[in-house]
Design a protein around this ligand. Sequence first.
Ligand SMILES: [Cu+2]
Length: 113
Amino acid sequence: MRHRRLTLGSAVLATLLTGGAAQAGEVVEVEMRDYGYHPAELEVEVGTTVRWVNAETRTSHDIHFPEEALGSQRLFPEESFERTFEEPGTYPYHCRPHEKRDMAGVIRVVPAE
Ligand SMILES: [Cu+2]
């Protein structure tokens, strides 16, 4: 399984290299910091694993998918949560402790090319 760490700069580069969505079998990281998900919007192909990593120094967050009533426990700094997306669709999520701060994101899962 290939692993690609997405920072703000490399996310743009990765998009250019792959021609769009992350591909099946890949792991794409979303950082949680400054009460936000980075990137907040992400497009991946079916079969991609998204790993949310808490990059804060002391704040905990979670990842909650309200439409499916599933998600992570509270994640403390350096802890992570993974989900592999097997069905195309739009998956909005948010952080339950920080819902009022609009800490939210969305994963768009597209069919493999
Ligand atoms: Cu949060």
